[in-house]
Design a protein around this ligand. Structure first.
Ligand SMILES: NC(=O)c1ccc[n+]([C@@H]2O[C@H](COP(=O)([O-])OP(=O)(O)OC[C@H]3O[C@@H](n4cnc5c(N)ncnc54)[C@H](OP(=O)(O)O)[C@@H]3O)[C@@H](O)[C@H]2O)c1
Length: 250
């Protein structure tokens, strides 16, 4: 019997959930629980961590999961590593629903850096107005460059004081549009954009807007993940599901 665990938290995961619901699949959608009001899914939904690899192995067995689809964000590296390890340990087939990374085009002023620390180091010395579009995690390292003003775009209001002394918060949930992002950056006098190379359509608007405004972008490369089977479209994942029951391993 096919019973799918869909690890979510992305626009692509929601698209996958809709396709599985339409297909009448037996599937469970899983959220980490990072946002106060997550998007409601058309599948039975669980919220919260599994308790590391060990907890996920136990969950897969207890819930009789036959297939895992990892549609988490490309920067959700811990969850993806845990899913890879748990599926390897149990023999449950795994597929990652991965969006291609963004690539610079004509007119882009990108500096690609390996991690958050390198993004901090790539900021100028002179005070700048930085659109720090990296989400609520990983803000602390930017406190060492307190001469800059930071514009933060978050899904939920911050729960406590921000680690950045000079910051403006706007609350919004993607997907975002180019014109709105361009207007946002212009209204806040943004001089630099810092972003993760998430890929996908829903978050690309800020990069197109930065190009239009001729703004420098500091783009953080994706974390390196173990080699795994992956698909770029919902259709590819559905095709894999229809035949993956006979093969084992990840
Ligand atoms: N990182 C980003 O930039 C980003 C951006 C947009 C959306 N998201 C989404 O937000 C969630 C958390 O991201 P993160 O970077 O904090 O992840 P992470 O660092 O890879 O994961 C940390 C821990 O959170 C739990 N977790 C993460 N995703 C989960 C899921 N879908 N279902 C159940 N538990 C999950 C796991 O806890 P246990 O070890 O206890 O199982 C995992 O070990 C992900 O679902 C991701 O798709 C992340």
């Amino acid at each position: 019997m096919t019973r799918i665990l869909l690890l979510g938290g992305t626009t692509e995961a929601s698209a996958m959930a809709r396709a599985l619901a339409v297909a009448g699949a037996d599937a469970v959608f899983s959220y980490a629980g990072r946002t106060a009001r997550p998007v409601v899914q058309p599948l039975p939904t669980r919220v919260g961590g599994f308790g590391g690899v060990e907890g996920l192995v136990a969950y897969l067995g207890h819930e009789r999961i036959s297939h895992v689809i990892d549609a988490t964000h490309p920067f959700a590296a811990q969850m993806s590593r845990n899913a890879h390890a748990a599926c390897a340990a149990t023999g449950v087939p795994l597929i990652a629903f991965e969006r291609p990374a963004w690539r610079a085009g004509p007119g882009d002023l990108w500096t690609c850096v390996p991690d958050v620390a390198a993004a901090v180091a790539a900021l100028p010395e002179a005070p700048a107005r930085v659109f720090l579009a990296t989400g609520k995690q990983g803000l602390e390292p930017f406190a060492s460059r307190s001469q800059h003003h930071y514009l933060l775009r978050l899904v939920d209001p911050p729960e406590g004081p921000l680690p950045l002394p000079d910051a403006t918060v706007v609350l919004a949930r993607g997907p975002f549009a180019v014109e709105a992002d361009r207007a946002l950056m212009a209204a806040h006098g943004i001089t630099h954009l810092v972003a993760k190379n998430a890929g996908g359509a829903g978050a690309a608007a800020k990069l197109v807007a930065a190009r239009a405004l001729a703004l420098p972008v500091i783009l953080i490369d994706r974390p390196v993940l173990p080699p795994r089977r992956s698909a770029a479209t919902v259709e590819e994942v559905l095709a894999w599901l229809s035949h993956a029951g006979t093969e084992r391993g990840v």
